[in-house]
Every structure is written in C-alpha cells, then in structure tokens.
Design a protein around this ligand. Sequence first.
Ligand code: AMP
Ligand code: ZN
Length: 114
Amino acid sequence: MQECVFCNIISKKTPAEFVYENERVVAFRDINPQAPVHILIVPRKHIATTNDVGEADKDLIGEMILVAKQIAQQEGVADSGYRLVMNCNENSGQEIYHLHLHLLGGRRMTWPPG
Ligand code: AMP
Ligand code: ZN
C-alpha cells in the first residue's frame, strides 16, 4: 500500500487533533476546516473509497454514523444541524483515498453543493 496520510494519523506517526477514538474508528479535526466544526470520522481499517466498502463493513459504516452523531452533540451542533459527507473518486473532489466521513456544522450551508 502506498503511504497513506490517514493511516499515518491513526498510527500517530502524523499529529492530529483527535476528538474521539475507539478500537475501530477515530475522529480528528480537519486541517483545513470548511466550517466552524469540521471533523473527519475515519475507520482504522484502510478502505480506499465507498466503492471498496464490502458486506463485512456494514457494522463499521453504521458505527461511523453513530460516532458522528455523538460528536455533533459534543460539539454543540446536533440541534442547529450539520452535514455528513463522504466523497468518492475524482468528480467528488476526494483527495485522501482512505474512507472518511466529514462532519460539518456551526454555520448555515447551501444546497446544492458546489
Ligand atoms: P476529501 O476531499 O473528502 O478526500 O477530504 C480530505 C480532507 O482531509 C480535506 O478536507 C483535508 O483538509 C483533510 N486533511 C488532509 N490532510 C490532513 C491532515 N494531515 N490532518 C487533518 N485533515 C487533513
Ligand atoms: Zn489509509
């Protein structure tokens, strides 16, 4: 596997501001935040894109949503609202090919996205 930025964060080779971690999932603040709250929820398992998610990953993906919900509460954006985003491949603008869920909140967002 090529050097992966998020694998390096998970193994603590690269620093990040963690807000949550358990045996399967970690969450840390995005280095280039697009909203007052911008956190990435990331499985420890290296999965490149949503196209690579398998049947065996169902619980893991569900857990990522539950962790996002918990962090939204912790960060005080659960009631005001937030957006969960997973980019896949080039047209979405995916930059890091290790699955991650963006949690964005703390400001009013527009739809459709750019
Ligand atoms: P995506 O375009 O969905 O692949 O999003 C990748 C996100 O990772 C972007 O929002 C980046 O700002 C963020 N990012 C890249 N490198 C780091 C890093 N070292 N620590 C925290 N966030 C990062
Ligand atoms: Zn990785």
